[in-house]
Design a binder for this molecule. Sequence first.
Ligand SMILES: Nc1ncnc2c1ncn2[C@@H]1O[C@H](COP(=O)(O)OP(=O)(O)OP(=O)(O)O)[C@@H](O)[C@H]1O
Ligand SMILES: [Mg+2]
Length: 267
Amino acid sequence: MSDDLIFSVKNVTLRFGGVVSLNDVSLEMRRGEILAVIGPNGAGKTSLFNSLTGVYQPQEGQILLSDGHGKTVSVIGRKAHRVSAMGVARTFQASRMFSALTTFENIKIGAESHKGIGILGAMLRGPRTRRGEHDSDARTIELLDFVGLRDKANVISSSLSYGDRRRLEIARGLATGPQVLLLDEPAAGTNPTEKLELTELIRKVRDVMGVSILLIEHDMKLVMSLAERLYVLNFGSVIAQGTPEEIRSNDAVIEAYLGSTTTTEGK
Ligand SMILES: Nc1ncnc2c1ncn2[C@@H]1O[C@H](COP(=O)(O)OP(=O)(O)OP(=O)(O)O)[C@@H](O)[C@H]1O
Ligand SMILES: [Mg+2]
C-alpha cells in the first residue's frame, strides 16, 4: 500500500447474526484529506468507524492502515488500543467524557493515557506518573488554546455547552498526537453558530496540525462545505463516492435520502 493512503479498505463485510452492517465495502482514505462518510440512519457509518479502529472485527475483507513511516499493518485482528497507538484517534457519536472532571483534566487524561501512564495512573497521580506530568500540562494548555477552551479550563465538563463539549472531545482525540482523527457526528446537538465554529475548528485541525480527518455527519451543509471527498453508505453498501458536487447530483444518493425519485408511471 502506498504511504499516501492512511486506510485501504477492501471488500469488508461485517455481520451481527442475520444483520449485515457492512456489505462488501471498499474505500480508500488519502493522507491529508478531509473525507466524509454519509448515509441514512442505520446505513453502517458507525460500524465502519468501529471496524477501522479495531472495535469490531469484520468477518470478510481487508483493512490496511499505514503508520506514516512506510509500514502497513492489518487492522482486522488487532485490538483497539493497538490501532489507537498507531495514530488513530476518534470521537464518539454519544459524548464520552469524565463529566465530573474539568475541561483541563479531561484533556490531560487523554494526553497521559497515550504516554502509557494509563487512565487510572493519571487519575491517581502515583509517584511513577509525576515525571510526565509537566509535559502533559504543557500539552493540555496548548490544546485548550487550539480548540478555544482556555478560558473554560477549570469548568466542570458537564456544565459546558454542547458546542464546547464537542470541542473538548476533539481536543481529547488530539491529545494522543494522532495521524488521523475519526469524528462521529461532531456537530450533533449544536446550534447553527456552533456548527460553523466546529467546521472552522475541524478544518484548522487538518490545516495547522496536519491531521487527516474522517468525518461522519448528518448535517449536509456542514459536510458538503468541509469534506473534499465523500463516500455514501446505504444498507451497509457503498452506493456512491466523489466530490461534494458529484454526490449532490448523484441519483442513487438522492434516492437513498428522499426515497424513490422515479415514479411507477408508465410501468
Ligand atoms: N454491536 C452491534 N450488534 C448488533 N447490531 C449492530 C451492532 N452495531 C451495529 N449494528 C447494526 O448495524 C447496522 C448499522 O448500524 P450503525 O450504527 O453502523 O449505523 P449508522 O450509519 O451509524 O446509523 P446512525 O446514523 O443512526 O448513527 C444497524 O442495523 C445496527 O443495528
Ligand atoms: Mg452512527
